[in-house]
Design a binder for this molecule. Structure first.
Ligand SMILES: *[C@@H]1O[C@H](CO)[C@@H](O)[C@H](O)[C@H]1NC(C)=O
Ligand SMILES: *[C@@H]1O[C@H](CO)[C@@H](O)[C@H](O)[C@H]1NC(C)=O
Ligand SMILES: *[C@@H]1O[C@H](CO)[C@@H](O)[C@H](O)[C@H]1NC(C)=O
Ligand SMILES: *[C@@H]1O[C@H](CO)[C@@H](O)[C@H](O)[C@H]1NC(C)=O
Length: 392
């Protein structure tokens, strides 16, 4: 080949590789204080406290047959109309595929007095700012909201800066009905102490569990679990048993299919190693019971805070966040851009969902097939029937 042909070939090869990378998605730079939510097989991430990414709307394809840590399939979608950080995204709407961002920033990045809800229709990929009536809450940040499966979003706590001249930490709970587009205030009887940077997890029985975080008075004990009953609209407290966990904030929590809340990372008080970074709360026993889990498997994540964790089938997907060194933020530029996968059936970190040691078991144990034989009347022959029992 002539040098000129070589040159052309090289550029052709570079363009080919570049196009292939583009077709497989892109690799988003690390970020923190984003918010994540799952719709169908797409895990969306909104915003970041890194200001070049504060309007980002990106998603990861989390199809379990192809998901791995070496070549995650990322895509970019239409940017958020406003900066979005320290806040929370939930799912609702009549078709259960609209994402609701509970934001404190206006499109000019001014701090709004009341909360602004920006909605993203995942089918048409369009943003709107619907008019919402009712008891509109004051805007806030550093909280986690949760949605149920009937279009309701529960938003508790967080703090407002400034209001108008000093910071206020909230202990109120507001409910956004995404079907009627109305806000109502939940119960304030036996209202808890105000808190920020906690996690909120809705159990299948309608109880929301608030874990950890920081209160006006300091850190909150991990064994004193605040509950909000969405059926009766009432507050309660459950004292857990099992391992004693150090207090923490800015961690994440997911609910596994077998009823365990799995927490990861955060700012853990009095802990300078990874010994308490992963723990699970068994909510199928009364009282609930904590166990600290060892970090085992392949592709074990570093200690992280301000990251995202989500559950897809039996796998916890952990992305982004700030790397913690000796439990302090050494450097807010030291952010994670990798994805990590935890098989929640045995608490091992894996590099792919399809080659997990447990992959011989059902990937998504939400449906069990039970074969029963039904005798058919006077006929001596039997007919078989497959009864599918959804486990909810
Ligand atoms: C990871 O997943 C991607 C996308 O499905 C696939 O192209 C790649 O071969 C997988 N890599 C490994 C090591 O499994
Ligand atoms: C929202 O309400 C305002 C004032 O009532 C009105 O001017 C505006 O057109 C409404 N926007 C939408 C999207 O309905
Ligand atoms: C949030 O809403 C979506 C859509 O209805 C649903 O798939 C998901 O399970 C809900 N989350 C919880 C914790 O119920
Ligand atoms: C963390 O603390 C240990 C023990 O005090 C020290 O040796 C190490 O250098 C520290 N690491 C960082 C990144 O600060």
């Amino acid at each position: 080949m002539s040098p000129f042909k070589n040159f052309i070939f090289l550029w052709f090869a570079i363009i080919l590789v570049w196009t292939a990378a583009g077709a497989d998605g892109f690799t988003p730079p690390g970020r923190f204080r984003e918010s994540s939510t799952l719709v169908a097989n797409r895990l969306y991430f909104f915003g970041s406290a890194k200001f070049t990414q504060e309007k980002d709307n990106i998603y990861l394809d989390v199809t379990l047959s192809t998901l791995n840590t070496t070549n995650p399939l990322w895509s970019m979608s239409n940017s958020i109309p406003a900066g979005f950080l320290y806040a929370s995204a939930c799912v609702g709407g009549p078709n259960k595929n609209t994402i609701y961002l509970l934001n404190h920033l206006t499109t000019n990045n001014g701090d709004s007095n009341n909360i602004i809800v920006y909605t993203f229709d995942t089918v048409t990929t369009t943003w709107s700012t619907p008019n919402i009536s009712g008891q509109i809450p004051l805007s806030r940040q550093q909280f986690q909201a949760v949605n149920d499966t009937n279009g309701k979003i529960y938003m508790f706590g967080g703090f407002k800066y400034p209001n108008p001249s000093f910071d206020v930490i909230f202990n109120d709970i507001y409910i956004l009905d995404t079907l009627s587009l109305t806000w109502t205030q939940g119960s304030n009887v036996n209202a808890p102490i105000p808190r920020i940077d906690f996690t909120a997890t809705l159990l299948n029985n309608g109880l929301i569990l608030y874990l950890g975080g920081v209160a006006g008075v300091g850190m909150i004990s991990m064994s004193e679990i605040l509950t909000y009953n969405t059926n009766s609209n009432s507050w309660g407290t459950m004292f857990s048993t099992g391992d004693r966990l150090n207090s923490r904030s800015c961690h994440t929590a997911v609910l596994s299919p077998d009823g365990h809340i799995i927490i990861y990372g955060g700012v853990i008080s009095g802990s300078t190693d990874q010994s308490q970074v992963l723990a699970s709360l068994d909510t199928t026993v009364n009282p609930y019971k904590w166990s600290i889990k060892p970090m085992i498997g392949n592709n074990i994540p570093p200690s992280l805070a301000f990251h995202s964790s989500d559950i897809v089938g039996s796998f916890m997907i952990l992305v982004f966040g700030v790397m913690m060194a000796n439990n302090s933020f050494s450097n807010l530029d030291n952010v994670n851009s990798q994805i990590y996968l935890l098989d929640t059936r045995d608490y091992t970190w894996v590099t792919s969902t399809s080659t997990s040691p447990n992959s011989a078991h059902p990937q998504n144990p939400t449906v069990t097939q039970i074969q029963t034989v039904i005798a058919s009347g006077s006929n001596s022959l039997s007919t078989g029937a497959i009864v599918t029992i959804p486990l909810v």
